[in-house]
Design a protein around this ligand. Structure first.
Ligand SMILES: O=C(O)CCC(=O)C(=O)O
Ligand SMILES: [Fe+2]
Length: 443
C-alpha cells in the first residue's frame, strides 16, 4: 500500500476525486493531501485535523492511521466541530488600513494563514483580500434561488458517486455529481469525443431550464467581477498572462450534491484541458451552508513563503455565488471539508447543491488538441510546484496521473499565446509559454 501511495506517478487523487475534471500535483509534497483524501474516504466520520494528526503520528502510513482511528472510534465518538452558521463581521473593516485609493492592504494575510492554521472568512471583502475568489451573497432573488434549488433537488437522485478501487476494496467518492452541457448536440459530442483522463463520460445531461436562466445572471456577474477585480488588483486593470481576453461565457457545468456533513471533496485543482489556462469558474451554492477551503500551492524549496501554507475556510451560505478567479487553478487548491454538524435548510434538508458554471473553449475541443502515443487526447496541465518551470503549460498522456492506468510517456510543452490560445485557434499570436529567460525561443 505504501508503494501505491508514495510512488511518484501513482499517488494522485483521480481515484479519490472524480477523474473527470480535477487534477492534482505532480510532485512529492502532494502525497500528504492524497493520503489525507484516502484516509478521509476510509474514515469519513473524522475531522480533517484529526486525520492529519493521525497520519503524522503514523509516519504517513494511511493503513496504520486508519486502523488507529478505527480503534479509537470504538472508545468514543470523534471530536465535534461547531456548525458553520455563525456570523463574523469583516476582518478588513477593523484590522486593515484603507489606502487613499480605496484599496485595502493585505498585511494580515501573512499572520493569519500560518502553516497548520485555518483562517475563517465570511465577509466578501475578506474573501477578496485573502483569496483569489470573490463572493456575492444573496445572489439570486429568493424565488429564483428556490426554483433552481427545487429543480436540482429533483435532479439529484440521478447523480452518481464515482467509485475507485483501493487496497482491494471498492470505495465511493465522498459526494455525488452530474455533468451538464447547454445543448443536446454538445451532450452527444461530450459522450463520444471528449475524454477525461482516458475515458469518456457516459452520463452527460442537458442543462435544465432553471440552470439555464441562472446561467445568464452568472455570466453577467462573473464578467463584471473579472473586470472589477482586475482594476482592484492590477494597476491599469491588466488580465493575467494566458488568461483569455474573450468574454466569459458559461456553456457547461458540474453540479455537485453533498448529502449531509460527511460528504466532501478533497483538495484539488480543476482540470484545464477544456477550460484553458487561467480559467474562471462561477460556483453557485444552494441549500446547507458549507466550508470551502483554499490553500496556496507553495513552490518546492521556497522557504520564504513556507508560513503561508495555512488554509482559508470560506463560508458558503445558501444562494451565494463564489467566483474562482484566474489565479485559482494554477496557484491554489480547493476542497469542501467534511462538517461535523450542519444546519438543515428548509427546502434542501441536509443537502448542499452546487453548480460550477464553466466556459469550455471551442478551440480546445479534443478534435484539435494533441493526442499521445496511446491515441488519446492529451491532458493540459500547468507546472505548479517545480520552481524552475513553474507556470509553464504542457500536454501529456493522461495515464501519467491516473493510478492504475497504463499509457505512454508523451509530454510536450504547450504552445500558447498571451491569451491562452493554441496555434490552431483563430487569432493566435505567438508562443508565450517559453522559459522566462528566453522569451523569443521555443521551449
Ligand atoms: O462544491 C463546491 O463548492 C466545489 C466543487 C468543486 O470543487 C468542483 O466541482 O470542482
Ligand atoms: Fe473543483
Amino acid at each position: 500500500m505504501e508503494a501505491f501511495i508514495s510512488r511518484k506517478r501513482r499517488r494522485l487523487s483521480p481515484e479519490v476525486t472524480p477523474p473527470s475534471r480535477r487534477t492534482t500535483e505532480d510532485d512529492e509534497a502532494e502525497s500528504t493531501d492524497f493520503k489525507l483524501a484516502v484516509l478521509a474516504s476510509l474514515c469519513p466520520d473524522w475531522p480533517q485535523d484529526v486525520l492529519l494528526e493521525s497520519l503524522l503520528a503514523c509516519d504517513g502510513s494511511v493503513e496504520q492511521a486508519a486502523n488507529a482511528l478505527l480503534v479509537s472510534a470504538s472508545a468514543g465518538p470523534p471530536r465535534k466541530r461547531p456548525a458553520i452558521s455563525g456570523h463574523q463581521s469583516s476582518l478588513v473593516s477593523f484590522t486593515r488600513p484603507t489606502h487613499s485609493n480605496g484599496n485595502v492592504q493585505s498585511s494580515l494575510k501573512k499572520v493569519l494563514t500560518q502553516k497548520g492554521k485555518t483562517l475563517h472568512v465570511y465577509a466578501p471583502e475578506d474573501v477578496e483580500a485573502h483569496t483569489p475568489c470573490s463572493i456575492i451573497h444573496n445572489f439570486l432573488s429568493q424565488d429564483v434561488a428556490d426554483a433552481l434549488l427545487r429543480e436540482l433537488l429533483e435532479e439529484a437522485p440521478s447523480f452518481s458517486k464515482e467509485t475507485f478501487t483501493l487496497f482491494d476494496r471498492v470505495v465511493e467518492s465522498p459526494h455525488s455529481m452530474r455533468f451538464y452541457v447547454d445543448s443536446l448536440a454538445e451532450a452527444q459530442e461530450q459522450k463520444t469525443r471528449y475524454v477525461y483522463n482516458g475515458s469518456s463520460i457516459a452520463d452527460v445531461a442537458q442543462t435544465t431550464s432553471e440552470m439555464l436562466k441562472v446561467s445568464t445572471l452568472v455570466k453577467d456577474a462573473v464578467n463584471q467581477e473579472i473586470g472589477r477585480r482586475q482594476q482592484y488588483r492590477n494597476p491599469g486593470g491588466v488580465k493575467l498572462k494566458f488568461q483569455s481576453a474573450e468574454q466569459w461565457q458559461p456553456n457547461a457545468s458540474f453540479v455537485n450534491c453533498y448529502d449531509g456533513g460527511k460528504q466532501s471533496v478533497g483538495y484539488h485543482s480543476d482540470q484545464l484541458t477544456y477550460l484553458g489556462p487561467r480559467a474562471v469558474i462561477g460556483s453557485l451554492s444552494l441549500g446547507v451552508a458549507r466550508e470551502f477551503r483554499v490553500r496556496r500551492i507553495v513552490p518546492s524549496g521556497d522557504t520564504s513563503t513556507a508560513d503561508v501554507q495555512g488554509q482559508i475556510a470560506i463560508h458558503l451560505p445558501h444562494n451565494s455565488l463564489l467566483i474562482m478567479h484566474a489565479e485559482m487553478q494554477e496557484e491554489w487548491k480547493h476542497a469542501v471539508a467534511p462538517a461535523q454538524t450542519i444546519e438543515p435548510h428548509p427546502l434542501a434538508g441536509n443537502k448542499r447543491l452546487n453548480v460550477t458554471y464553466r466556459c469550455y473553449k471551442a478551440y480546445l475541443h479534443p478534435k484539435y488538441t494533441p493526442r499521445c502515443r496511446c491515441k488519446v487526447p492529451a491532458v493540459l496541465r500547468c507546472v505548479q510546484k517545480q520552481a524552475a518551470t513553474r507556470g509553464r503549460y504542457m500536454w501529456m498522456c493522461h495515464s501519467g496521473y491516473t493510478p492504475g492506468q497504463t499509457g505512454c510517456s508523451y509530454f510536450e510543452w504547450a504552445a500558447l499565446d498571451v491569451d491562452g490560445r493554441p496555434p490552431w485557434a483563430e487569432g493566435y499570436k505567438a508562443n508565450a509559454n517559453v522559459p522566462a529567460a528566453a522569451t523569443n525561443a521555443e521551449p
